[in-house]
Design a protein around this ligand. Structure first.
Ligand code: NFS
Ligand code: SF4
Length: 668
């Protein structure tokens, strides 16, 4: 980590808009600790790779297209700049799809173990969702035991990965028009593994060498993420751990506690973290913590593991991607438990300066220098307790620490089921009120704001600048992943923020009792947005397909290849998508045109890169305005509309819901 020892220091206020991050980054600098924030200033990106102009798919290369005429250049094999750029995008998509899908596959195997009674400590929490999913999969549910249905659902889910011919099961969930479009352009996906392998094959030296064809194949593969691995991950997590409904919690580093054992779960999979939540509540474990002088055990998350337990259990989040090193730098974390994805290898070095134990748990993800305690679903509770005990035993080793006193209230947990329910209750739930509000122009459109932090951009700034503008223009925002946590830190996930919304959106938020920004979960839960859009299409009055809706996907501060896979599956599903920061296909105008224009002509979805929030904002407004025109909706004029009758507010709805749950439990 010699990378940070040099030159100019950028002020912390330009590194993050989050005061907690600023404070910890200041501390890191004073103590000579390297962070991603500072390494990003020293590690200049290779400009050739940065714009998609480097090919290293064979060892005649790496071949690099540089200079003014790079679009006329070819690699040693003759590959054009466009082919090279397209192959780059495609391989990102293959890798991103693999990540989400492997996560989904592990959950499917967990469900299988639970169904067979082999998974210690787990049970099926949401039987209603299990039955719904089984019905979608065409599995008979009548008169069958929960475990029997669960076993069939698990097997059907698992079959989606290795399926060689036919279609991915959830293709049938998409609007009919969308399915027809996928057929027409040959992108109806088969199994996850088959598409990922084929895309890796196509993009090797000497195979698919037509940029359009390569990118079409990327679209197809990405669909096995959105409508495959990710959607299965969401569904199975809901079945096992409960479908999210609004819950109150806190967000930011201030959730760490001075007098309790602080345990952070970080990564993506909900399985072990859910068990750690339970283990930390076990009386003997709490007793053990007290015996070590702690008042209790404080659990918090980082990244999407955080989002999984935040939206379901209301466990607080210590922050998003760039907060991981900072949490340790506070000096107050007894253990950071990581599973897979977005875990910075730097953590192993950072913990050396503190008492924090870094514990890896996935057989797929080991880090040199970390303690490895391998997760096994058959002994999940025992392992969770062992890990929590280790953290407790580490509490007396805590030395000086500084916990930033910044945390915010949030209301999170807007699953698609809940969004439907909140618009009328269990029996009257529908997307009618939302569609109506869009049709009559109280809501101009819907924007999905998703994705990461990237230390090359000021943390949370792009996302927060944009969300402010969107809601003031009566655009409803749905959000997931690290972007959602950025909105949590800045207060946008509270109903009070409706005061920052335009008059039309405010009226809708008031009537339903919701924040203007809806946190829908982790990154795999972007699949929930696909479901919402499908239900809006089926409700009628707007577009009868996802394509053509007045909606845009935005990934302003992205860094992971998973984000790109998400962007591409949204494009294939009919959503125009904008990525912030530098373009990864800057070097090829041809490829930019295919992804923006050709995809839009074919799929009404597209992917483009725009460097700053201003441009992202005006392009979003343009896309939404065009969609409204094409649908012949009323011109959007905010503030002109009469009050709608008052629907149930949040408290009243919670009461009803509680009763319904109790009744359901009594009946079960
Ligand atoms: Ni998504 Fe979630 Fe965050 Fe980016 Fe990483 S945690 S899966 S990849 S950094 S949003
Ligand atoms: Fe160069 Fe072609 Fe090999 Fe790529 S595949 S490294 S362009 S020779």
């Amino acid at each position: 980590m010699a990378a940070t020892t040099e030159k100019k220091v950028v002020p912390v206020t330009e590194k993050s808009i989050d005061p907690a991050s600023q404070q910890m980054l200041e501390k890191a600098r004073q103590e000579g600790i390297s962070t991603m924030f500072d390494r990003a200033d020293v590690m200049k990106p290779c400009p050739i790779g940065r714009e998609g102009m480097c090919c290293k798919h064979c060892f005649m290369g790496p071949c690099r297209m540089v200079g003014k005429d790079k679009e006329e250049m070819v690699g040693i094999c003759g590959a054009t700049a466009a082919t090279i750029a397209a192959r780059g995008v495609a391989r990102y998509v293959a890798a991103g799809t693999a990540a989400h899908s492997d996560h989904g596959r592990d959950l499917a195997f967990t469900l299988r173990a639970v169904a067979k009674g082999e998974a210690q400590g787990f049970k099926i929490k949401d039987v209603k969702k299990l039955v719904q999913v089984a019905r979608i999969m065409g599995i008979n549910v009548d008169g069958r035991k929960t475990e029997e249905i669960a076993l069939d659902v698990a097997d059907e889910a698992i079959a989606n990965f290795g399926r060689q011919t036919g279609e991915l099961t959830y293709v049938r969930r998409a609007p009919k028009k969308r399915q027809a479009l996928w057929k027409k352009y040959g992108i109806t996906p088969r199994g996850v593994d088959r598409e990922v392998v084929e895309l890796m094959h196509r993009t090797g030296m000497g195979v698919d060498q037509d940029p359009d064809s390569i990118l079409t194949s990327a679209l197809k593969t990405s669909l096995t993420d959105g409508w495959g691995g990710a959607m299965l991950a969401t569904d199975i997590s809901d079945i096992l751990f409960g479908t999210p409904a609004p819950v109150k919690a806190n967000v930011n580093l201030g959730v760490l506690k001075a007098d309790e054992v602080n345990i952070i779960v970080h990564g993506h999979e909900p399985t072990l973290s859910m068990m750690i939540v339970a283990a930390a509540e076990a009386p003997e474990i709490v007793e053990h913590a007290k015996s070590k002088g702690a008042k209790g055990i404080n659990l918090a998350g980082i990244c999407c593991t955080a989002n999984e337990i935040l939206v379901r259990q209301g466990i607080s989040s210590a922050g998003n991607f760039l907060n991981q090193e900072l949490a340790i730098i506070s000096g107050s974390v007894e253990a950071m438990i990581v599973d897979v994805q977005c875990v910075a290898e730097a953590l192993a070095t950072t913990v050396k300066k503190f008492h924090t134990k870094l514990i890896t748990t996935s057989p797929k993800a080991k880090i040199t220098g970390a303690t490895h305690i391998e997760y096994d679903e058959h002994r999940a509770m025992d392992i969770a307790k062992e890990i929590v005990k280790l953290a407790i035993d580490n509490y007396p080793n805590r030395k000086e620490y500084a916990i930033p006193q910044f945390k915010t209230d949030v209301i999170v947990g807007f699953s698609h089921e809940y969004i439907k329910y909140m618009q009328g209750g269990t029996y009257r739930g529908s997307f009618r009120p939302l569609n109506d509000a869009i049709m009559d122009g109280r809501i101009m459109g819907v924007v999905g704001m998703v994705g990461c932090n990237n230390p090359r951009l000021c943390q949370d700034k792009y996302n927060v600048d944009l969300v402010k503008k969107f809601i003031s223009h009566d655009i409803l925002v749905v959000t997931t992943g690290c972007a959602a946590v950025a909105f949590g830190k800045t207060g946008y996930l509270t109903p009070e923020m409706m005061d920052a919304a335009g008059p039309g959106l405010k009226e809708v938020c008031e009537a339903i009792g919701i924040p203007p920004v809806l946190h829908m979960g982790s990154c795999v839960d972007n699949s929930r947005i696909l479901t919402v859009l499908t239900e809006m299409a089926e409700e009628g009055g707007l577009s009868d397909d996802i394509g053509g809706m007045p909606g845009v996907g935005i990934c302003a501060e992205w860094m992971h290849e998973k984000a790109l896979a998400i962007g591409v599956y949204f494009a294939a599903s009919g959503v125009p998508v904008i990525f912030g920061g530098d373009s990864i296909v800057e070097g090829s105008t041809k490829v930019q045109k295919i992804m923006r224009d050709t995809w839009f002509e074919r799929f009404k979805g597209s992917l483009e890169f725009l460097p700053d929030p201003e441009q992202i904002f005006s392009r979003t407004i343009e896309l939404i305005t065009n969609a409204r025109k094409a649908l012949k909706l009323k011109d959007y004029e905010s503030g002109k509309f009469a009050k709608e009758k008052v629907l149930l507010d949040m408290a009243a709805r919670r009461e009803i819901e509680k009763k319904q749950r109790e009744e359901a439990l009594a009946g079960a």
